[in-house]
Design a protein around this ligand. Structure first.
Ligand SMILES: [Fe+2]
Ligand SMILES: [Fe+2]
Length: 170
């Protein structure tokens, strides 16, 4: 990759800048995934808790879109090109499986922003610190809500099928 003609302000180390931009692009792909995942699961979720879950999923979308907007802006400011490809969205049919996938995605987001904080510091760029910390707070709140929903979730006994037809787990 060519070096940018002018080094973006604040960077003291070119390798560290590139590592930060690559990491932010992975985070961006994951944020786009989160938007699509919440939208898709809100449409697909079935069962007695459909209305609550669909409303919860839809309510997360603005946060994730805001995160994506911030990341795309910073990637350009740091001399990169924002990805247009989301990470793959796991397709699951049942509400419990959806919440498990969301839990994984939120954990990954927290891990990503924690790494990005360290990479930004290494690159000599303290500008994104507070926003990355705020995004960790948002994702932690999402994670904790989903953990509470999953706590004590009723699991059918072996052989018992309480799920409506067509919504059984794969
Ligand atoms: Fe997010
Ligand atoms: Fe989130």
């Amino acid at each position: 990759m060519d070096k940018p003609k002018t080094s973006p302000k604040g960077f003291t180390n070119e390798d560290a800048r590139r590592a930060l931009v690559d990491g932010l692009n992975q985070d961006l792909a994951n944020e786009y995934q989160a938007v699509i995942m919440y939208q898709t699961y809100a449409a697909m979720v079935k069962g007695p808790f459909r209305q609550e879950l669909a409303a919860f999923f839809r309510a997360e979308i603005p946060d994730e879109l805001g995160h994506a907007a911030y990341l795309a802006d910073k990637i350009v400011a740091f001399g990169g090109t924002p990805t247009t490809r989301p990470s793959d969205v796991p397709m699951v049919q049942d509400p419990h499986g959806m919440l498990e996938e969301i839990l994984k995605a939120e954990r990954l987001a927290i891990q990503g922003y924690t790494e990005r904080l360290q990479q930004a510091e290494k690159a000599g760029e303290i500008g994104p610190r507070v926003q990355l910390e705020n995004q960790i707070t948002d994702e932690t709140n999402h994670l904790e809500e989903v953990q509470k929903m999953l706590a004590g979730w009723y699991e059918p006994a072996p052989g018992e099928n309480r799920l409506p037809a067509g919504s059984a787990r794969r």
